[in-house]
Design a protein around this ligand. Structure first.
Ligand code: 5GP
Length: 287
C-alpha cells in the first residue's frame, strides 16, 4: 500500500474540522430520528446527496429509531443480509426497499417515459413491463376510435371530445397532446398513487407529451425508442391494416419528424430485441 499523502498543518486542521462537522451532522440527524421528527426514509433519501450522512452506519441509524434497540437492529440486519459495518452509501436498492418495508414505508417509484415514432414497438415493450410486479403501466385516455383488437380500460380509455374537454378543464391529465387528428392524455391520479406506493411507472406517450411531463416532473426519465432502421418502421406501419391509407401516410410523415426529435431525451434505445429494451428499462428503474 502506498504511504498516505503528507498534509500541511493547515490541511490537517481543515480535514479535522470537516470530520467534526460531519460527525455533528450525523449526531443531529440521529437525535431527530430518535424524537420521531424524521423517518428512516428521509435519512436514506438524504444520504443520496449528503456525503456526511452517506457515511452513517446502517446499525447506528436503526438503533436510533424509537423502539429499535441494538438487538433488534442486529437481528433485522442479519435477516436482510446487511453486514454489520455497512454504511448507508453501501446499501443496494433492494436492501433500502426492504428496510423501509420493515417500517411500513416505501420509497417513491421511478417515473419512466417511453416515446418514439409510431410503429416502433412501444406498446409491445409496455405490455411486457405490465407483467412485472414492480411496474405500473399507465392507461391513457384518447379520443380516437378503438382498433378491432383494443379493449376499453385495457388499451385506452376511449372518450368522446366533450368528456376529454371536461377532464382537461378539471386538470385531470398529467399531460395531453394531439396526435394524428386525435387527442391523448395521461390520467394524473393513477400515476401519483402508483409512485407513492413505490411502483415504477411507465408512460408510453408521444414526444410532445414527454416534454410536458419533464417540465412538471424533473424526476422523470425520458427514453426514446428508435427503430433498427427506417425500412423496418415503414414495414410495421404499412402492416397496420386497421388504419386507412390516408392515416398511414399521415403517420409515416409524423414518424419522420418524431425520429428527428430524439435529442433532448435522457436515453435513446434501439428496439432491436424487445427483451433487451425491457431489460434496460428494468435496470434503469432499479439502479
Ligand atoms: P396510437 O393511436 O398508435 O395508439 O398512439 C399514437 C401515439 O399517441 C403514440 O405515439 C402513443 O405513444 C401516443 N400516446 C398514447 N397515449 C398517450 C398519452 O396519454 N399522451 C400522449 N401525449 N401521447 C400518447
Amino acid at each position: 500500500m502506498s504511504a498516505p499523502p503528507k498534509l500541511t498543518p493547515e490541511q490537517r486542521s481543515a480535514a479535522l474540522a470537516k470530520a467534526t462537522a460531519s460527525r455533528r451532522r450525523r449526531a443531529d440527524l440521529k437525535a431527530q430520528v430518535k424524537n420521531g421528527l424524521v423517518t428512516i426514509k428521509d435519512v436514506i433519501d438524504l444520504a443520496q446527496t449528503d456525503s456526511a450522512i452517506a457515511k452513517m452506519r446502517v446499525s447506528e441509524l436503526l438503533e436510533s429509531i424509537p423502539g429499535v434497540g441494538k438487538i433488534r437492529a442486529i437481528a433485522m440486519m442479519e435477516r436482510l443480509g446487511i453486514s454489520t459495518p455497512r454504511r448507508l452509501q453501501g446499501l443496494g436498492v433492494h436492501q433500502k426497499r426492504e428496510l423501509m418495508k420493515e417500517f411500513n414505508l416505501r420509497s417513491r417509484g421511478k417515473l419512466l417515459v417511453l416515446s418514439g415514432p409510431g410503429g416502433v414497438g412501444k406498446s409491445t415493450v409496455a405490455a411486457r413491463l405490465r407483467d412485472l410486479a414492480d411496474f405500473w403501466v399507465s392507461i391513457s385516455a384518447t379520443t380516437r376510435a378503438p382498433r378491432a383488437t383494443e379493449k376499453e380500460g385495457v388499451d385506452y380509455f376511449f372518450l368522446d371530445d366533450e368528456e376529454f374537454d371536461r377532464r382537461v378543464a378539471r386538470d385531470e391529465f398529467l399531460e395531453w397532446a394531439s396526435f394524428a387528428g386525435a387527442r391523448y392524455g395521461t390520467p394524473r391520479a393513477g400515476v401519483e398513487k402508483a409512485l407513492r406506493a413505490g411502483k415504477n411507472v411507465l408512460l408510453e406517450i408521444d414526444i410532445i407529451g414527454a416534454a410536458q411531463v419533464k417540465r412538471h416532473s424533473a424526476e422523470a426519465i425520458l427514453i426514446f425508442l428508435q427503430p433498427p432502421s427506417w425500412d423496418h418502421l415503414v414495414a410495421r406501419l404499412e402492416g397496420r391494416g386497421s388504419d386507412t391509407p390516408e392515416r398511414r401516410a399521415q403517420r409515416l410523415k409524423l414518424a419522420q419528424s418524431e425520429i428527428a426529435a430524439a435529442e433532448g431525451f435522457d436515453l435513446v434505445l434501439v428496439n432491436d430485441e424487445v427483451e433487451n429494451v425491457v431489460a434496460r428499462l428494468v435496470s434503469l428503474a432499479t439502479s
